[in-house]
Design a protein around this ligand. Structure first.
Ligand code: ZN
Length: 414
């Protein structure tokens, strides 16, 4: 897969709600290297495809029939923040987002701070939310300690973490060789897809081998006036309720648009009947909260049939909500794409390697073929002259033809 090393780099980054800095650093490094314009909005989200707010506003204010596609994915994953030291080797934590429900005590965790990954530990006590739907808080004990006394000297709140397994990510073998297991596919896979598409559309083409340094200066970036109508929005803190996306929409920038907009939510989503791992990305008709835009979904459905015949799926993914809900609520026509996700939110639904038992901690996993096909769909959505403004025209023509063919029978009765 193109840009495959970037996927692995992202999967190896520590990330939790409100603690996305290492994912941000890895992504911005890659975008900078690739010459892709981007900036950080006042919420801390990364905006890709435009270099600053002025270029963003210019793009959405340039009159055109072509909608600006706003691809949205989030950079966080459920995890915890340190709250208080219980002892020099035990840390009390608060959990943010979904989580496994059973077999939690004894589960391994990774810990990081602003400098990067630090050490590992295990959960020794846990409290669930009153709803019973996720962890609320608990206590971690350090199991490896480069220098416990040094760590204990730091404020508890500087630490954050999440569930850990044999490695940050690894590929299956034999029949499972196309599966990638990881501490967090949700939604680093979506973030990867946006960066990957941006590098293809807007990146400086790589210099011929051996001449990278000398040639680089001569290669120019795509000038703003020739850029495709693409914005990537890589958000923070989705797992606690779309906070980064809400913050971005509340900036009000999109209200000044003088052309259509199309939001495309990219997610990894809990598998459901008809949305199975390895059978292709899912044209997401809606989430648990709402359906998305019917006209745009029709255009997207026809496109997916052409681009990935027999290799995509299509349904309402109501195993969870996504940022498509936020975009819809803010009045932006929306479609979604889901990559079917094994062991959603590290809860062992499918089991597999390193699972601690049904509903217990387990690595998430996705199929690399589904990820690659997700990127194919994203590129497809960028095609010019798709029928966004008149999506039902061919269907209405078909209806009219049917009506005409029954004219005689209509007149023969009733
Ligand atoms: Zn997600």
């Amino acid at each position: 897969m193109k840009h495959d090393p970037l996927l692995r780099t992202l999967l190896s980054q520590p990330s939790a709600p409100f603690r996305e800095r290492h994912v941000i650093a890895a992504l911005t490094h890659e975008l900078k290297q690739g010459g892709v314009p981007h900036f950080v909005d006042p919420i801390g989200n990364i905006v890709v495809g435009v270099a600053n707010k002025a270029e963003y506003l210019k793009l959405i204010k340039t009159p055109s029939k072509e909608p600006v596609r706003i691809f949205i994915a989030h950079m966080d994953h459920p995890g915890f923040h340190g709250v208080k030291w219980k002892s020099p080797t035990q840390l009390e934590f608060k959990w943010h987002g979904g989580s496994p429900l059973e077999h939690i005590v004894g589960a391994g965790v990774w810990l990081a701070d602003e400098t990067g990954p630090l050490t590992h530990g295990k959960i020794v006590e846990v409290k669930m939310l009153e709803s019973g739907r996720a962890m609320k808080s608990g206590v971690i004990e350090f199991t490896t300690s480069p220098s416990q006394t040094t760590l204990a000297g730091l404020p508890a709140s500087s630490f954050y973490g999440g569930l850990s397994f044999r490695a940050t990510h690894w590929q299956g073998d034999g029949e499972d060789s196309q599966l990638i297991y990881t501490k967090a596919a949700d939604d680093l896979v979506g973030s990867f897809a946006i960066a990957s598409v941006a590098l293809d559309l807007l990146g400086i083409p790589p210099a011929k081998s051996g001449k990278a340094n000398t040639k680089k200066k001569k290669l120019t970036k795509v000038p703003a006036s020739k850029r495709p109508p693409f914005i990537g929005l890589l958000t923070r803190a989705e797992e606690v309720g779309f906070i980064g996306a809400i913050g971005h929409f509340e900036l009000g920038w999109l209200k000044s648009a003088k052309r259509p907009l199309l939001a495309v939510s990219l997610e990894t989503s809990r598998t459901l009947p008809g949305a199975e791992i390895g059978k292709g990305p899912v044209v997401r008709l809606g989430d648990r909260f709402t359906v998305f835009h019917p006209g745009c979904l029709h255009v997207f459905t026809e496109l997916a049939k052409k681009l990935l015949p027999e290799k995509h799926q299509r349904r309402i993914m109501d195993g969870g909500t996504c940022e498509g809900t936020t975009a819809t609520a803010y009045g932006i026509p929306t479609v979604g794409i889901s990559v079917p996700l094994g062991n959603y939110h590290n809860q062992s639904f499918q089991g597999g390697p390193d699972s601690r038992g049904p509903n217990g901690p387990a690595p998430e996993f996705v199929h690399l073929g589904d990820v690659e096909a997700l990127i194919t769909l994203c590129h497809g959505l960028m095609r010019p002259k798709l029928d966004w403004s008149n999506p039902w025209a061919s269907k209405v023509a078909e209806f009219k033809k049917n009506l005409k063919s029954y004219n005689a029978l209509l007149r023969s009765g009733p």
